[in-house]
Design a protein around this ligand. Structure first.
Ligand code: NAG
Ligand code: NAG
Length: 340
């Protein structure tokens, strides 16, 4: 009898502690990510979504501790969003359609790599100063394509001139409609390079800052930060060519399938999700290098990718994507870079 009561007490107390812990965590989450909800019902719903996500993240990390995954997840700014909401708000930015084929024909040059190119085992363009810091957070706007285009051009501009200049994604969003781009509703990197060539430049971020919403075109030729003379597409699906491109050209713009929950909450390590599609592409970013993770039991090749979801997402804004793993997430499908 006594024993039974004792047990019930323990269970109740630990349940309460657990709930308290979660509420403490929830309050912390709200203040760190500056979350506000319209009413109590909305908040109660968001708290339930948050608890489900936290449980999923905890389970993944326990499995990672046991060696079942090569990457960890974390509670980030998307932890109060269901997976469906995440896909609908964050992955609407890439407009891949029939126009993509048309753009291929506009590619000024084919990618050539001589057969005797030296390919280093590891490359990191950040160490050469060719990559701006992650401060971008595209917000709830499908503008990944614009940040991918500016990131790739920032790299090429630096390698040509020695000056690292942050370029205006908003300029592309507001002004490149004629080239098929649609601001927060999506666009393409190659169309952006086309616009910049025709426009004879793109403004600096400092002169034309990001607003996370569509606006009127306010391009100013006096505050141009860089220009390009076209672009080159890499051969689709070829990870050898992609590696050579990163090594010999600089940061490369690519597109991927980012629609797994594992991507939503990625924290660190080599991202490797067999469920990731090689054909349904919905997100873009730049690859700024590659390397291989090695320890006594594991050897995993990866690309270093810079995302545009702020530095609280992923590994300070970055993710290590699996490399030479059958084109996982379609990473080599539409690689390209601007000519300067
Ligand atoms: C090697 O790395 C993996 C993935 O991070 C980890 O799970 C494993 O425990 C590590 N093994 C050793 C021997 O350190
Ligand atoms: C991939 O690209 C490399 C380097 O350009 C080339 O040598 C190779 O033939 C290509 N592979 C395929 C299957 O096209």
């Amino acid at each position: 009898m006594h024993l039974l009561i004792f047990f019930i007490c323990i269970v109740t107390i630990s349940q309460a502690t657990n709930d308290n812990q979660q509420v403490t965590l929830w309050n912390l989450f709200k203040s760190v990510h500056n979350k506000h909800y319209t009413n109590v019902r909305e908040e109660q719903y968001r708290l339930r979504v948050f608890k489900r996500n936290v449980a999923m993240i905890d389970q993944h990390n326990l499995e990672a501790d046991m060696g079942l995954h090569s990457y960890r997840l974390k509670t980030n700014q998307f932890a109060d969003m269901t997976h469906e909401e995440f896909v609908q708000t964050m992955l609407t930015g890439l407009k891949i359609s029939s126009s993509t084929n048309l753009l291929k024909k506009l590619s000024e040059r084919q990618f050539h790599s001589s057969s005797n190119v030296e390919i280093p085992a590891a490359v990191d363009w950040r160490k050469k100063g060719a990559v701006t810091t992650v401060i971008e957070n595209q917000g709830q706007c499908g503008s990944c394509w614009a940040f991918t285009a500016t990131g790739a051009l920032e790299g090429q501009h630096f390698l040509k001139t020695g000056h690292l200049v942050r370029l205006s994604a908003q300029n592309l969003m507001d002004c490149s409609g004629k080239f098929g781009n649609q601001g927060c509703n999506g666009g393409l990197m190659d169309a952006s390079f086309q616009y910049i060539k025709a426009n004879k430049g793109i403004d600096t971020e400092a002169s034309y800052p990001y607003e996370a919403q569509d606006g009127k075109c306010r391009f100013n030729p006096k505050t141009i930060g860089a220009t390009d003379t076209g672009f080159v597409d890499l051969p689709p699906g070829n990870e050898t060519a992609l590696q050579i491109g990163i090594a010999n050209i600089g940061p490369i713009s690519v597109a991927i399938d980012a629609s797994q929950s594992s991507f939503q909450f990625y924290s660190s390590g080599v991202y490797d999700d067999p469920a990731c599609s090689t054909t349904s592409i919905d997100h873009s970013f730049i690859l700024v290098g590659y390397d291989t993770f090695k320890n006594a039991t594991v050897k995993k090749e990866y690309y270093i990718a810079k995302n545009s979801w702020g530095d609280s997402w992923g590994d300070k804004g970055y993710i290590w994507m699996s490399r030479n793993k059958h084109n996982q997430c379609g990473i080599a499908n539409i690689g390209s870079y601007p000519l300067v």
